[in-house]
Design a protein around this ligand. Structure first.
Ligand code: 13P
Length: 595
């Protein structure tokens, strides 16, 4: 049967972590467009009716034309009364055939809201009708309910627990910062609250104010438990703009059927865009929701910090660490010409950003990289270390271009400073720019071949004075942060430390003794200079086996550089490697620095 109550649709959505679109239809045309849109995509749908719309048609009359559309549908459809603040009217709609109702007592004191909702639940149960309840205040106008900007209140967890256990509603809409209507300013959603409420809720959660949220916001909220998403304003816009567009394009026509057909198509298109999104049928999910190793234009990456955050958000990432090489992390970034706080910007996009640094360590070894996170980057000790590193980099990278030029691979310092058409200061030069130039000039095929050429031929190798790994571990701890060994399998099996040859395993043991907090297990070995025989997964298993009991964090990261902007080979993607959000949340060390 196609006409169902909301529970039968939402239970599956919650279980399989997708959402169902609930569209506030305004007449026969919009209802038909929405159902046809859902049928074509073979997805269930909820037709919502605002109280004002129902009153405009009359309860009985509205159901008389709505029900046949739904009963003939090829997918499951619920007819849901949206934001009813009147107990008697809600019951009238139940009597008239609505399969689902929302009783909105959110403006009432908690106990009154609970009492009224309970009354509706008891009544609805007799007719197998499902009930949605709400707590908190959603800004904007929906029907006759008007909440002024600044007066929106997030639902309180303790109230939610009481409300849910007392009322036993079938779906629950907690206010977390979304708004009805068109968003005017910055959107500030409380994802943590939504997630906590979801984990305390026996029933599926509903997201109100869907019009205007970004892809990333939807992804995050669906991942965190939104099983129903309400879309009203976008229906009105598609309907009215459709009419306007048609009349502007055909000013002399007075053909209502053609006008209706055009408008219906516009509404259907909008409904389908949302359904595709909510059902996640087009969604490319990252392998991991947390990526603790990413680069930007602040070192050798090709995305600006804003682009990286936007990308992470569009993929539905929960956490990224910005770990540019040997530079202090940014606290402010440029967004539309204005400098804004980086973590606050990321928060508006649904992503938590951890500022960090990837330090290159050990003068006589390659690829000993330590990722530090959560440090106080204004601390003099870390600033002093940074200054020393910058000086040594300028000196040796300049020397490397001179050596390469002498050996028949001409590269000038000016080319390095203006690489990619972006002028940079000497202190911002990264070694990878030189390898990129080698590849672009045709001296080698890829940047990693350039890296290997310099690394494996003593005549090209110019050694930079790098800090000792144990000193970076100490520095991270002294400045309130943690330290993770990046890509351990890029380090040679035998390395020279303080003129002594030791094995990679011995070296790692010495770092653990010095207080190393974590080690990267999930990493894009298949796309870098790793030439060992183990697969990515074998390395993950091996590292877990060897180090789970010895370090606090088995970490992961993609070493994302936005490679796609420069090459079509070995492109690394945000979230390709990393750790799960559950691991992140439950790891004491990571959650301490995330605060
Ligand atoms: P929008 O108008 O922002 O899409 O909100 C819809 C809604 O939540 C209806 O209850």
């Amino acid at each position: 049967m196609s006409y169902v109550n909301m529970k039968s649709i939402l239970t599956d959505a919650r279980k399989n972590r997708y959402a169902v679109g609930a569209f506030n239809i305004v007449n026969y045309l919009t209802a038909k467009a929405a159902v046809e849109g859902a049928e074509e995509l073979n997805q269930n749908i909820i037709l919502q009716t605002s109280v004002k719309t129902v009153k405009a048609f009359g309860v009985i009359e509205m159901m008389s034309w709505l029900k046949p559309i739904v009963e003939e549908a090829k997918v499951k459809v619920a007819i849901h009364l949206d934001h009813s603040t009147d107990v008697a009217f809600t019951k009238t709609c139940i009597d008239a055939g609505w399969s689902s109702v929302m009783y909105d007592g959110s403006k009432l004191p908690l106990l009154e809201n609970i009492a009224n909702t309970k009354e509706i639940v008891a009544y609805a149960q007799k007719f197998d009708v499902t009930v949605e309840g709400e707590l908190g205040a959603i800004v904007g106008v929906e029907d006759d309910i008007y909440v002024k900007e600044g007066e929106g209140a997030h639902a309180r967890l303790e109230d939610c627990k009481v409300f849910l256990s007392e009322t036993k509603v079938d779906a629950f809409a907690p206010a977390i910062g979304t708004a009805h209507g068109v968003y005017k300013g910055e959107i500030n959603l409380d994802y943590d609250l939504f997630e906590t409420i979801n984990s305390n809720s026996p029933c599926p959660l509903v997201l109100h104010g869907g019009t205007g949220l970004t892809d990333g916001m939807f992804y995050r909220l669906i991942d965190l438990g939104a099983a129903k998403v309400n879309i009203s304003t976008a229906v009105k816009i598609a309907y009215c703009q459709g009419m306007k567009d048609y009349m502007e394009q055909n000013p002399k026509q007075n053909n209502p059927l053609k006008l209706d057909a055009y408008v219906k198509e516009q509404v259907k298109k909008m409904v389908q865009e949302h359904i595709r999104f909510f059902s996640l049928s087009d969604r490319k999910r990252p392998n991991y929701e947390v990526d603790l190793h990413c680069h930007t234009t602040r070192s050798d990456g090709s995305d600006t910090p804003k682009e990286l955050i936007d990308k992470a958000s569009s993929l539905g990432m929960c956490v990224i660490a910005m770990t540019d090489h040997d530079v202090l992390p940014a606290d402010k970034i440029e967004v539309n010409g204005i400098m804004v706080d980086m973590t606050a910007y990321a928060k508006t996009k649904g992503v938590k950003v951890l500022p960090g640094i990837e330090f290159s360590c050990e003068t006589q070894a390659e690829d000993v990289h330590l990722v530090v996170l959560g440090c106080d980057y204004s601390d003099d000790k870390i600033r002093e270390m940074n200054k020393k590193i910058v000086e040594s980099k300028i000196h040796t990278y300049r020397e490397l271009t001179e050596v390469l030029t002498k050996k028949g691979f001409p590269i000038t310092w000016d080319e390095v400073l203006n690489y990619g058409g972006i002028p940079r200061k000497s202190e911002d030069v990264q070694k990878k720019i030189i390898f990129n130039l080698m590849a672009e000039k045709g001296y080698v095929e890829t940047w990693s071949d350039g890296k290997l050429l310099c690394r494996n031929n003593p005549e090209y190798s110019v050694k930079r004075q790098k800090p000792k790994a144990v000193d970076i571990i100490k520095l991270a701890h002294e400045t309130g942060g943690i330290c993770i060994l990046a890509h351990p399998y890029l380090i040679d099996e035998t390395i020279k430390i303080d003129e002594k040859k030791i094995s990679r395993d011995e070296f790692i043991e010495s770092l653990i003794e010095a207080g190393l907090d974590g080690i990267e297990a999930s990493y894009t070995y298949d796309k870098t200079t790793y030439h060992g025989k183990l697969t990515k997964n074998e390395i993950i298993e091996k590292i877990k086996e060897m180090y789970t009991d010895k370090v606090a964090i088995i970490s992961g990261g993609s070493d994302y550089h936005a490679d796609y902007k420069k090459t079509s080979k070995n492109i690394r993607e945000v979230g390709e490697c990393g750790i799960s959000y559950d691991y992140f949340k439950n790891n004491a060390c990571l959650s301490a620095i995330a605060k």
